[in-house]
Design a protein around this ligand. Structure first.
Ligand code: ADP
Ligand code: MG
Length: 238
């Protein structure tokens, strides 16, 4: 677990500035939802925290250490996307353990961590299957398992449930919540689904055109939206 700090983050693609001076402190173990309309810069911000995108200006700190110059692996973060990108030729267990294998962990350690994550995510009986033999929800759980086994300091989620049907989304939402209650890993969860944000997050950050409109607990935002944009975004149905 680790705190995450953004200090005056700017991001430009050529002449186009997409993130304008964002500062944000996320506490150890906190679950933050980052919400806002399509194109407002959510993925860009997440990718800069992950180390997948260069920061134009500003600092990202994880656990009190500036990580701008570190690779994604060195940052000890795990990212879960909407496309799960599982390896089709590998079993569930092999998919979940693959990153640990790359890090040079022993077979015993890999097996132990994979089994532990499988228990948490109700995947124990599916460890020998191939991705093609799984449902969408099961695949998404494998993708989460792959993130958990590395015991990351921070989880970054980029709209992980948006490819799933409504019923499954509701189920996975409660699984993610239960998982966070168990492992308490600092989490930043990007979504454009207000209900997801309201139910999962300790704190919601509303982004619009690369700037923070408001941050606060779900109740604070719901009761006292800072402006019409936040009111419309938090108040309107998904
Ligand atoms: P969101 O995830 O909130 O939908 P993004 O972070 O993907 O938004 O994009 C924010 C803005 O940055 C958009 O205007 C998008 O077109 C632009 N953008 C994202 N990636 C690139 C890129 N590689 N080159 C140029 N513009 C980009
Ligand atoms: Mg995005």
């Amino acid at each position: 677990m680790a705190s995450v700090e953004l200090h005056n983050i700017h991001k430009a693609y050529g002449a186009l500035t997409v993130i304008h001076d964002i500062s944000l402190s996320i506490e150890d173990g906190e679950f933050i939802a980052l919400v806002g309309p399509s194109g407002c810069g959510k993925s860009t911000l997440l990718r800069m925290i992950a180390g997948l995108e260069e920061i134009t200006d500003g600092d990202v700190s994880i656990g009190g250490q500036v990580v701008n110059a570190m690779t994604p692996r060195e940052r000890n973060i795990a990212m879960v996307f909407q496309s799960y990108a599982l390896y089709p030729h590998m079993t569930v267990a092999e998919n979940m353990g693959f990153n640990l294998k790359l890090s040079g962990e022993t077979k015993q350690v890999i097996e132990q961590r994979v089994n532990e994550a499988a228990r948490m995510l109700d995947l124990t009986k599916l460890l020998d299957r191939k991705p093609a033999q799984l449902s969408g929800g099961q695949r998404q759980r494998v993708a989460m398992g792959r993130a958990i086994v590395r015991n990351p300091a921070v989880f970054l989620f980029d709209e992980p449930l948006s490819n799933l049907d409504a019923k499954l989304r509701v189920q996975m939402r409660s699984e993610i919540k239960a998982l966070h209650q168990k492992v308490q890993t600092t989490s930043i969860y990007v979504t454009h689904d207000q209900i997801e944000a309201m139910t999962l997050a300790d704190r919601i950050v509303v982004l619009n055109q690369g700037k923070i409109e408001q941050e606060g607990t779900p109740i604070e935002l719901y009761r006292k939206p800072a402006n019409l944009f936040v009111a419309g975004f938090i108040g309107s149905p998904a």
